[in-house]
Design a protein around this ligand. Structure first.
Ligand SMILES: Cc1cc2nc3c(=O)[nH]c(=O)nc-3n(C[C@H](O)[C@H](O)[C@H](O)COP(=O)(O)OP(=O)(O)OC[C@H]3O[C@@H](n4cnc5c(N)ncnc54)[C@H](O)[C@@H]3O)c2cc1C
Length: 423
């Protein structure tokens, strides 16, 4: 059985029995490919709707981004309300935002309903890296209030920043009481347990090598095949390996996290007194939170080359020490990385090919949106595709440049934006 990538999450994972590898032929109403949040949510919602479901995971449940991410539950999409209104107009933007905000209640609802032990904590604080970012946040809070009566946002002025985060870097920020954070791998494993209880047959170490996308959908692995009425592609940053055409729409970007040694409650609380998840408004952002055992879990820096840094902790440490100089030299117990599926315009990419649905490219905002995506896919399979189509109709286009130039062009673009953080 493929082990989980070493990380703080793998070291503190709740038990979940290994699932067998697909051997032979299976039939189901739905075959789901990928055992991260998207695939697990689609499988669970489909099973609850009465479909028979097989889920094929190439490695282990939660092996991809879902088991390695920062655990930040940030309501909404990567685009703020202001950008959405400017691009789509108020009515359409309000529909999109309302739907994306449903994800927050859906994730919390799943955690409560299945009693998922995943260290859920309330609150997300977006820290302003520049004074001008405060104005943008104020406009965002006012717009969300006016459009949807969204009232969980509160502006935090610089004078009160110490109640949120003990860092010299920021100019205030915006606190969202509806946001939060969790242990992502334990959320994934909990969803998997709930899916099995709902009748989903899960196979691990079963990479799909070939997919026929129109009914009958057939997903083939090295040792078997699943024939189904519907397929679900839930492979996010890995989608290009199985479906190269869809792979042109997302760029896998490596992102790295560390977990410090336990800091003790007093030191930990002094860093983030509110206990919220924090992310800042830089283009290459820092994001961090406290774990249930009082470690700082910190993500910072992006690497656009496919090769991981030789020393991941050493790569992240300077970012951590810039945010919290008081932690200079702190011991780092765990360091790990993962791939984020990013689209060219940072809007998620949903759609269908034949009878196969797909959802990916959440662009760093997938911890909440994935559970929603899975439920919208299940809804569409039941014949109500209106809400799925709201996302499927979002504009977007593939990365330019073809297989050879795609990555260098993207890197050049990203380095320009990263440079702007420093100007
Ligand atoms: C380091 C890092 C930090 C992040 N931090 C945050 C955060 O704080 N907040 C946030 O909102 N988002 C964050 N994200 C993004 C978020 O984790 C993702 O958007 C989300 O987990 C995507 O879930 P998914 O199920 O679509 O994909 P994944 O979790 O990547 O799952 C895809 C699965 O498909 C499997 N697979 C691939 N190919 C095949 C195949 N051929 N056959 C069978 N199985 C296959 C893979 O093994 C994998 O398990 C972060 C991501 C990373 C990497």
């Amino acid at each position: 059985m493929t082990p989980h990538a070493p990380s703080y999450y793998a070291a503190t994972a709740n038990p979940f029995p290994s699932q067998s590898t697909l051997a032979g032929d299976e039939r189901a109403d739905v075959v789901v490919i990928g055992g991260g949040f998207t695939g697990l949510s689609a499988a669970l919602h489909a099973a609850e709707a009465g479909f028979t479901v097989v889920l094929l995971e190439g490695k282990r449940i939660g092996w991809g981004a879902s088991g390695r991410n920062g655990g930040q539950l940030i309501p909404g999409m990567r685009w703020g309300a202001t950008d959405l209104v400017d691009t789509f107009g108020e009515a359409q933007a309000a529909r999109l935002i309302a739907l994306s905000l449903e994800a927050t209640g859906m994730v919390k609802g799943r955690i409560a309903r299945h009693a998922l032990a995943c260290d859920l904590r309330a609150g997300h604080f977006q820290a302003a890296a520049r004074p001008g970012h405060m104005d943008a946040m104020r406009r965002e809070a006012e717009l969300l209030h006016r459009l949807l009566g969204y009232d969980s946002l509160r502006m935090i002025e610089k004078a009160d920043l110490g109640d949120q985060v003990a860092s010299p870097l920021y100019h205030g920020g915006m606190f969202d009481a509806a946001g939060g954070h969790f242990h992502p791998l334990n959320y994934a494993l909990g969803l998997a347990r709930a899916a099995v209880a709902a009748g989903v047959r899960i196979f691990e170490d079963s990479p799909v090598m070939d997919l026929h996308q129109a009914a009958p959908v057939v997903a083939r692995t090295a040792n078997g095949a699943v024939t189904a009425r519907y397929g679900v592609l839930a492979c996010d940053a890995f989608i290009g390996e199985i479906e190269p055409n869809l792979g042109r729409w997302t760029m896998p970007v490596a992102n790295y996290n560390i977990a410090t040694a336990p800091l003790g409650e007093a030191t930990a609380r002094a860093l983030i007194p509110s206990g919220a998840a924090v992310s800042d408004s830089k283009f290459v952002l820092n994001y961090y939170r406290l774990s249930a055992d009082n470690r700082l879990i910190f993500g910072g820096g992006e690497k656009y080359s496919p090769r991981p840094p030789a020393d991941v902790a050493g790569f992240v440490r300077p970012h951590l020490e810039r945010v919290f100089p008081q932690l200079a030299g702190v011991h780092i117990d765990h360091a790990w990385g993962g791939l984020v599926g990013v689209t060219l315009n940072r809007l998620p990419h949903f759609g269908r090919i034949g009878d196969t649905f797909y959802a990916h490219g959440y662009s760093g905002h997938g911890a909440l949106l994935t559970t929603l995506a899975g439920s919208l896919i299940a809804e569409a399979m039941q014949g109500t595709a209106e809400r799925f189509d709201l996302f499927a109709k979002l504009p977007g286009r593939p990365f330019p440049g073809g297989p050879l130039l795609r990555h260098p062009l993207y890197v050049a673009g990203m380095l320009w934006y990263a440079l702007r953080d420093r100007l």
